[in-house]
Design a protein around this ligand. Structure first.
Ligand code: PMP
Length: 445
């Protein structure tokens, strides 16, 4: 299939050819790879501007990819950029000693996020998860971590299991087996994991009743964002909280995507559930690499006395702290999330209407500025539902149609559409007009 948009992206094609000789797959992340859906090659970017992305051929797109989440303030947010430039020009970047700015930032995070009494910075979500699971084990003296099929918690050996396994090889629906991401994952690690279907409180209760003595932590995204967008069933997160408490298990919310996006307090504030540990990245830095692990003081104090070491040459570097301080100041302004939600809801309800009017078996799922379109005639509550009911082919055509009309998001049905504070009502109107066109085209074929 040759999409018409290919004729407009010859520069991307040629840059890709050059890159693939010296960069495996031509890209620096699997999420940008051909096999992740960027066929026949990814767009090469010239620059971003607010809600827009400009590719190497000068094509403009309304951008709902948003760097896979960090650009919640849009591209090149003026105040964040200014803060970073000022910091590095006037003060430096890495000191291996603390700055006053770090506590200023920590105070903002603690004030915003209900479950965070103390917080440490690191550089990526992957690192923050690694520390969260280590802390859970150190705190409880137990060794197993429950993680859910279809989620992603970064690429470290300890958790990169059962993200998107082939379900015919992944064991029964109610007790999936741990499937490594691929070769090279050290075997034996999975003995420290229990894989469960998400959104199934009974499966969680059963496994805790049976193996609670061995289980140190439960790690979950409060909204499943790595198999499209799937909301927690009513009462599910509450049940999880309750079960974790009863079995002395550390509840870890991976808010890498939801954090500072579903509100300044993340999903935990929005849904009113207080986890023991929380992991943040993406939205926190307004586009700069910074992540955080925070939680109950009792657990975080294991880091204070060196019982659990949390290190890193680049942790809390000047760029990261200046960016996060500025981003949180921007996000903390009155009305920011109200406006972001309003614009996002306009997009989501608009998309639903367009899909319905076209008569397609499709609907949106989302919360605030986070959403995905499911091409499916049944509701999807977990990874196996998605594998069974979602039409990946239709999603692909939807993606291509929208791209041709200047609307960009990830080609994978298991990714998300992100909305930024830079997206305007006009952006949404243009997007919905394109969607109407594409949806009626899909309905005809
Ligand atoms: N957790 C979740 C829920 C994520 O979506 C991601 C990245 N998409 C990560 C962890 C890993 O974060 P990073 O890419 O910053 O290592």
């Amino acid at each position: 299939y040759i999409s018409p948009s290919l004729t407009r992206t010859a520069t991307s094609a040629s840059l890709f050819e050059t890159a693939r000789h010296v960069i495996p797959g031509g890209v620096n992340s699997t999420a940008r790879a051909q096999w992740s859906g960027w066929l026949p090659y990814p767009l090469f970017v010239e620059r971003g501007e607010g809600s827009r992305l400009v590719d190497a051929d000068g094509n403009h797109y309304i951008d709902y990819l948003l760097g896979l989440g960090p650009m919640i303030l849009g591209h090149r947010p003026r105040k964040v950029t200014r803060a970073v430039v000022d910091f590095i020009e006037q003060r430096g970047t890495v000191f291996a000693l603390p700055t006053a700015d770090e506590a200023v930032l920590a105070e903002k995070i603690v004030a915003a996020v209900p479950g965070v009494e103390q917080v440490r910075l690191c550089n990526t979500g992957t690192e923050a998860v690694l520390y969260a699971t280590r802390l859970a084990r150190a705190f409880t003296g137990k060794r197993k971590i429950i993680r859910f099929e279809g989620m992603y918690h970064g690429f470290s050996d300890g958790v990169y299991w059962s993200k998107h396994p082939p379900i015919d090889k992944a064991g029964p629906d109610h007790s999936p087996k741990a499937v490594p991401q691929g070769p090279g994952m050290p075997r034996g690690v999975e003995e420290n994991l229990i894989i469960l279907p998400w959104n199934d409180a009974q499966a969680l209760a059963d496994v805790l009743a049976k193996h609670g003595e061995e289980i140190a932590g439960i790690i979950t995204e409060p909204v499943m964002c790595n198999t499209g967008c799937i909301l927690p069933r009513h009462g599910y997160l509450e049940a999880m909280r309750d079960l974790a408490t009863r079995h002395d298990v550390v509840l870890i919310f991976d808010e890498v995507i939801t954090g500072f996006r579903l509100g300044l307090g993340g999903a935990q504030a929005r849904f009113g559930i207080r986890p023991d540990l929380s992991v943040f990245a993406k939205g926190l830095g307004g586009g700069f690499p910074v992540a955080a692990l925070g939680g109950r003081k009792e657990i975080m104090s294991l880091v204070a006395d060196g019982t659990v070491s949390m290190a890193g040459t680049y942790t809390a570097n000047g760029i990261a702290v200046a960016a996060a301080n500025a981003a949180l100041d921007e996000l903390g302004q009155d009305g920011v999330y109200g406006q972001l939600d309003a614009v996002s809801d306009e997009l989501r309800t608009g998309l639903d209407l367009v899909l319905k009017q076209a008569g397609l078996p499709a609907y949106t799922v989302g919360v605030g500025p986070l959403m995905q379109v499911w091409f499916a005639s049944k509701p999807i509550h977990n990874y196996r539902d998605a594998e069974r009911y979602a039409d990946q082919g239709l999603f692909r055509r939807w993606f291509e149609g929208m791209l041709e009309r200047g609307v960009l998001f990830h080609p994978g049905a298991y990714e998300n559409l992100f909305v930024s504070t830079a997206h305007s009502r006009e952006d949404i109107a243009v997007t919905l007009a394109a969607a109407k066109d594409v949806a009626s085209g899909l309905a005809r074929t």
